[in-house]
Design a protein around this ligand. Structure first.
Ligand SMILES: [Zn+2]
Length: 495
């Protein structure tokens, strides 16, 4: 994500309230109580048997920044999202089919979703569902699920995403003629039921129906577009693993250009609602995406996905976002080359290698910001070390810039400027400290070994220490967690 100000879409009134236990069921039917442990404790069951005994999946995946995000006991492998959007009423309706693997024996499990649900089935059999919290859809299959079992889950829903708030976010960005589903760390629950956490990646088919006068742009490759009367249905497919918040669609009147560059398909789209001059500038600049992708590919190792490109909607949400294969640039960010470098660098740092927990956000934003400086260095700008020293000198006396713990910034601060800028500076300092060769070897090894997986700040430190055969404990503490500016020394990468 690259921010304009203000940083978030909208402030909201509602915080996260973790619902405990079983609540009345607004959508009918009783689900068995969650009373975890009660029956287990009554009988002295050996651990192996306990694993086989069906229990409810946890309501969160275990990320303390957003305890309801993700879910326990399930691993989604594929989403087939079929949605249609009605601009007049602001209603989104659809059916999502999920192919899921049970990672434990399950009597019930949950998904993250905010729209009203009309029916749920598991392997073709209707399943009881309820909402223990408005962010959670709890599903009790007619027959408990065995650990390791693969099943097909179908969820039907309809509702108005516009007014819905969750975790201080109101994410639906739409006007009377255009909609774009972009945000981080949450977006999926506004338009499809998901296991909404970076640690559960899946492949996607995304099919959107809207006015035939409009285009739908989404992730991956365009499969087909079928026009039926005044409606068009457009099908996109993301064949590489993807995190739920990086799935998106934009529906509006768009100019589209596409091609293949060095074997890699690219697809860029610019809203026709933008003023003419901006529209043409945005298209010219987005068409540099394949060349920027190719440069990053040389620096970081093979581009991890099946296509590249970008989208410039007319709706300005105040930031650009690294939606997988197709970053989305709102406002003037599409014409700002450093932002294009930033969002495409995220394809490696954030999209292919995703955070393990949201506290690891430095691995996304610090790295994408550093790549802006590395790109400038090779394209007529100052050296990244000059950039580091200039930033350091101008920020040295700014106590608040150095106070934030970049290895655990807190959920309200994951998009603070320090995460980006100090985070990027820390990487250039690291490069200066361990040398160019080991530094790029470390980055390339990191994205290669963890392709389509996850990483933590701690694991990155260990990885770099191994590659450079250097104890970097103090370096990482000084740059990431110490609440003050690092001293200008050689070990701190500043001399
Ligand atoms: Zn970013």
């Amino acid at each position: 994500m690259a921010l304009a100000v203000p940083p978030r879409l909208l402030a909201a009134t509602v915080g996260v309230a973790v619902a405990a236990g079983f609540l009345a069921t607004p959508s009918g039917g009783a689900v068995e109580p969650t009373g975890a442990g009660a029956s287990n404790e009554a009988v002295a069951t050996p651990d192996t048997e306990r694993l086989l005994e069906p229990t409810p999946g946890a309501q969160g995946i275990g990320d303390r920044y957003w305890p309801l995000d993700g879910n326990g006991g399930i691993d989604v492998q594929h989403y087939d999202i079929v949605d249609s959007y009605d601009f007049d009423s602001g209603t989104l309706s659809g059916t999502t089919t999920l192919r899921v693997r049970a990672t434990q024996a399950l009597s019930s499990f949950q998904l993250d979703f905010l729209l009203p649900v009309s029916s749920v089935s598991v392997d073709g059999v209707e399943a009881v569902h309820d909402r223990p919290h408005r962010h959670e859809l709890r599903i009790a299959p007619a027959t408990p699920l065995v650990r390791g079992e693969r099943f097909e889950l179908v969820v039907e829903y309809a509702g108005k995403p516009g007014p819905i708030r969750y975790a201080r976010e109101r994410n639906w960005a739409a006007d009377s003629d255009e909609v774009v589903t972009m945000n981080e760390p949450h977006m999926a629950p506004w338009w499809f039921p998901s296991n909404d956490h970076p640690t559960d990646k899946a492949r996607y088919d995304i099919t959107i129906t809207g006015p035939a006068t409009h285009q739908t742009i989404s992730n991956g490759l365009l499969v087909d577009r079928v026009v039926d009367g005044d409606q068009a249905t457009t099908h996109w497919r993301a064949t590489d693993p993807m995190v739920a918040y990086l799935a998106f669609f934009a529906l509006g009147r768009y100019d589209v250009e596409q091609g293949v560059s060095q074997g890699l398909p690219w697809y860029v789209a610019v809203s026709q609602e933008l003023p003419d001059a901006q529209r043409h500038r945005a298209m010219t600049s987005l068409k540099r995406s394949p060349a920027v992708t190719a440069w990053l590919d040389k620096r970081l190792g093979a581009y991890p996905f099946e296509s590249t490109g970008g989208v410039a909607p007319s709706i300005n949400v105040g930031f650009a976002l690294e939606n997988q294969t197709r970053p989305t640039y709102s406002g003037s960010s599409a014409t700002h080359l450093p932002t294009i470098v930033h969002e495409l660098a995220h394809q490696w740092f954030g999209d292919s290698v995703s955070v393990r927990r949201w506290r690891d956000i430095w691995l996304n934003e610090g790295f994408a910001t550093f790549m802006e400086a590395a790109y400038a260095e090779k394209h007529g700008g100052r050296s990244a070390q000059q950039w580091l020293r200039a930033q350091y000198d101008s920020r040295r006396g700014d106590a608040s810039f150095w106070r934030l713990d970049l290895a655990d910034p807190g959920r309200r601060h994951i998009f603070d400027e320090a995460v980006y800028l100090r985070g990027g500076m820390a990487l250039q300092a690291l490069r200066h400290r361990i040398g160019n060769r080991d530094f790029w070897k470390a980055l390339q090894g990191w994205v290669e070994e963890r392709q389509y997986g996850n990483g933590s700040v701690k694991a990155f430190r260990r990885h770099v220490e191994q590659v450079s055969r250097t104890d970097l404990d103090r370096f990482f503490r000084v740059w990431l967690t110490a609440p003050r500016a690092p001293a200008v020394t050689r070990p701190n990468g500043l001399r």
